[in-house]
Design a protein around this ligand. Structure first.
Ligand SMILES: N[C@@H](CCC(=O)N[C@@H](CS)C(=O)NCC(=O)O)C(=O)O
Length: 202
């Protein structure tokens, strides 16, 4: 099954799917096309206006990172998750944790860019609280990901933590809160494909 993966070069969600695309072997079937969610013409691809989105030759539009990750692994034939069910469930939960932290971080970041009079202090506080409390779970996830550095959970952790640095470096001090994650991510960021998808290069 052929298809095209669309994503912006700064999106941490898209970065994860780009890494999974090549690492799972799906790159021979699935092309990658840079796309901006803020470009009106992108609505023809994904009416929701979000990246990443993956469009299949049969017309299916996959517009959610976790779904795209799962489909890429199926298409590529190389799973980046443990085979054992409980370990797989935990790894998927760790990926979901990272995506949830990104949801909070992205919402915080976008709101912080609005005119000050339009920003909601309560919502920003709530998002910050979620990010702060989520750090304990992130550190636990890093302990597991250390043992499976090529896995989807480790990739999600690297994409998430690096994006937090990129966009919210002065707001979310994840490195102090999560020393295991900090050491793991520092190592992972020098791996060739991860370094090549650095959002700062966009
Ligand atoms: N739940 C979505 C979130 C994706 C997402 O929020 N992507 C951002 C870019 S980092 C986006 O497209 N934002 C545009 C918008 O929210 O209108 C997923 O997991 O794929």
């Amino acid at each position: 099954m052929k298809g095209t993966l669309y994503g912006s070069l700064t999106s941490p969600y898209a970065r994860l799917t780009r890494l999974v695309r090549t690492r799972s072997g799906a790159d021979s079937s699935i092309a990658f096309e840079p796309a901006s969610p803020w470009d009106d013409s992108f609505r023809a691809v994904n009416p929701l206006g979000k990246v990443p989105a993956m469009v299949m030759e049969d017309g299916a539009v996959l517009a959610e990172t976790s779904l795209i990750v799962r489909s890429l692994m199926e298409i590529g034939g190389q799973s980046l998750l443990p085979a054992e069910p409980a370990a797989r469930r935990q790894a998927e939960a760790d990926v979901a944790l990272c995506l949830g932290l990104l949801d909070l971080g992205v919402a915080y970041f976008l709101e912080s860019r609005r005119d000050a009079s339009e920003q909601s202090g309560d919502w920003q506080k709530r998002r910050q609280e979620g990010l702060r409390l989520g750090m304990t779970s992130l550190e636990e996830a890093a302990g597991r990901a250390e043992q499976a550095r090529d896995g989807a959970a480790a990739l999600a952790l690297a994409c998430t933590a690096d994006w937090l640095d990129f966009r919210l470096g002065d707001k979310v001090d994840w490195k102090n809160a999560c020393p295991t994650a900090a050491a793991l991510v520092a190592d992972m960021l020098s791996v060739e494909d991860i370094a090549a998808t650095d959002p700062r290069l966009a």
